[in-house]
Design a protein around this ligand. Structure first.
Ligand code: ARG
Length: 583
């Protein structure tokens, strides 16, 4: 569907043309003085220079050519601005078209295109901690946004499942239970189907082994050797690895599910590993990969670099492949399997240099086609309420599960205390509010900036919060339920100012999504729905809706808040949460 700014610009362009000027002067923008007008055109000022005529005259002759039914105001203001207000009838017609169009008339700019979104960044055998919150929820939102805009999207968790943590666990297990068949070089036959440890054993084994590594060089050496052996096909270690994978990914899935974060594929570093040898051989053969101090590297520095960009290391001097190697091999796999138009990575911004190196190496080597877009969205850190790094009492990293549990407990207490819902609905309502609080609290910040986590503020029912948005939706739902059947009612021209403001806010849905996608900025969606919810509440306070005397006008009110509700619900779905029925 045509966007409203394009529509008005079109009208203005033909008015310029009819008045004898070039149509390119007709560009219209949203007004930066909403107290004076809704839209404005400054083209007469530029045209004045080209045509050597006073801008005010040009503006007047252009305005005379505008069709009065589209604008309730088209005013010329010295020295030559054109200030515009849309007519109520046009606005109603536009919203009615939005209401009837699939997905509110948002143009599917991504149709025919494929994007891989690499987010989450979980590491197997290590619990998810608060550092994993942002990549999960920002990535999930961007994936949903791309999908909504028509892209074929592949969300990949890209598990860290091939690193030293595996060797540490294997080595520690061997010390504790040397009699296990996995460690017997002469073992023949099938390894046991059941793992020799539980998930909670693993949660104890890994940190213990990790500590030992720092104090016991011999243990560290053995863990490195075990990692190497695992990566080179040691059958017993592979069997242990599979046990760890099964237990750990089931647990990761459970926590991501609770966050309403869903990956399309659960691939990991281990899936890219088999592609590494051929890739390295090819890069060597083409002279792209070169020896440097015993390591194999791919230089990626460019003349224009202001800061040194070190070469991308492919194989370390000890023969091990590293993070960058795996990321390059993963690109080989993605190009082969999905031929994406874009790959988007959401990780901590401290990985910016890594991605710069990998992206350059991928382009330089042709692993990724020149036209394939590569983007790294580096997110900022979530700090504690006091602005300091978020630490548990004992100085450790708070588990993501605990963070969600804390938020849930806080919200549950409110829900119970205010007797918001029947006892049997407490858990469901609580979960929805808690998720909204957590996600909106995060997503409403610019992704690249740090922010402070403030549980009470995020969970407040008033202010710029997730629960406030939910509350607005619930309020509309309850009005609609009292009214009765509303879904077929057409949108009517506004009866008052706050109704018109609400209608204008509704029209900004599609342009907001486009800007959010272009800038990888879910915070734009948050500020949009905060504005929209504010307009709904103002309209509600200033207008008798259920008590309206004129049933015709009432139907128009109901149709409008119904549309606003549908848009708010659609938007929060993109943000990864949903509204309860009561609050
Ligand atoms: N597992 C990594 C970490 O914990 C993040 C992975 C991000 N994705 C990627 N393709 N490198 O830092």
């Amino acid at each position: 569907m045509e966007q409203i700014l394009d529509f008005i610009t079109g009208k203005m362009e033909s008015a310029f043309e009819k008045a004898g000027f070039d149509s390119s002067y007709g560009k219209v923008t949203v007004s930066n003085r909403p107290d004076l007008c809704e839209y404005q055109c400054n083209g007469a000022l530029a045209a004045a220079k080209a045509y050597h005529r006073p801008p005010i005259q040009i503006a007047q002759s252009v305005v005379a050519e505008l069709d009065g039914s589209d604008f309730s105001m088209a005013q010329v203001v010295a020295p030559g601005f054109i200030n515009l207000k849309l007519s109520g009838s046009y606005l109603a017609q536009y919203l009615e078209a939005m209401r009837q169009a699939p997905d509110f008339g948002v143009s599917k700019s991504g149709l025919g295109k494929t994007i891989v979104v690499d987010y989450g960044g979980a590491n197997v055998a290590k619990p998810l901690h608060i550092g994993h919150l942002r990549p999960a929820i920002i990535g999930e939102t961007l994936k949903r946004l791309y999908r909504f805009m028509g892209y074929r999207t592949i969300g990949d968790v890209h598990l860290g499942d091939w690193g030293l943590q595996m060797g540490l666990i294997i080595t520690e297990l061997q010390i504790r239970q040397p009699e296990l068949p996995y460690f017997d070089p002469d073992f023949q036959g099938e390894y046991p189907a059941a793992p020799p440890f539980t998930l909670s054993d693993l949660e104890e084994i890994y940190p213990a082994a990790n500590l030992k590594k720092n104090t016991d060089p011999d243990f560290a050496r053995r863990a490195h050797e075990a990692t190497f052996a695992l990566q080179h096909g040691h059958p017993g270690y592979r069997a242990i690895w599979r046990h760890i994978m099964n237990l750990s990914t089931a647990d990761l899935q459970r926590i991501y599910d609770a966050l309403d974060v869903h990956f399309d594929v659960w691939l990991g570093e281990s899936d890219a590993a088999p592609l590494i040898p051929a890739m390295i051989q090819d890069l060597k053969a083409r002279g792209l990969a070169v020896e440097s101090d015993g390591a194999l590297v791919l230089p990626v520095a460019e003349e224009t670099d202001k800061q040194e960009v070190p070469p991308c290391i492919l194989v370390k001097s000890d023969g091990a492949a590293i993070y960058a190697t795996t990321d390059l091999a993963t690109m080989v796999q993605r190009m082969r399997d999905y031929a994406p138009d874009k790959m988007l990575y959401v990780t901590d911004k401290r990985q910016a240099l890594h991605f710069e190196q990998v992206f350059r190496a991928a382009k330089k080597s042709g692993i990724v086609k020149p036209e394939t877009e590569l983007e790294h969205l580096g997110h900022g850190t979530m700090n504690g309420k006091d602005g300091k790094p978020f630490k548990t009492r004992d100085g450790g990293l708070l588990r993501l599960e605990q963070l969600l549990a804390d938020m849930t407990a806080f919200v549950r207490a409110k829900v119970v205390e205010n007797q918001i819902v029947a006892p049997e609905d407490v858990e469901d309502t609580t979960a929805k509010i808690a998720l909204a609080a957590l996600k909106y609290g995060d997503l409403s910040n610019q992704p690249t900036k740090d922010y402070n986590f403030d549980l009470e503020r995020f969970a407040a029912f008033e202010g710029n919060t997730g629960p406030y948005i939910l509350y607005t939706i619930v309020r509309i739902k309850s009005i609609l339920a009292k009214y009765g059947v509303w879904e077929h009612l057409p949108i009517l021209p506004p009866e008052n100012e706050s109704q018109k403001d609400l209608m204008l806010a509704v029209t900004k849905f599609a342009p907001t999504l486009e800007s959010a996608l272009r800038a990888s900025a879910p915070n734009l969606i948050c500020s949009y729905i905060y504005e929209l919810a504010g307009c709904v509440n103002k309209f509600y306070h200033e207008t008798k809706i259920l008590g309206a005397e004129d049933p015709g006008k009432q139907a128009g009110y109901i149709a409008l808040i119904g549309l606003a509700k549908s848009i708010l619900e659609r938007a929060i779905d993109l943000l990864g949460f949903s509204a309860p029925d009561k609050m």
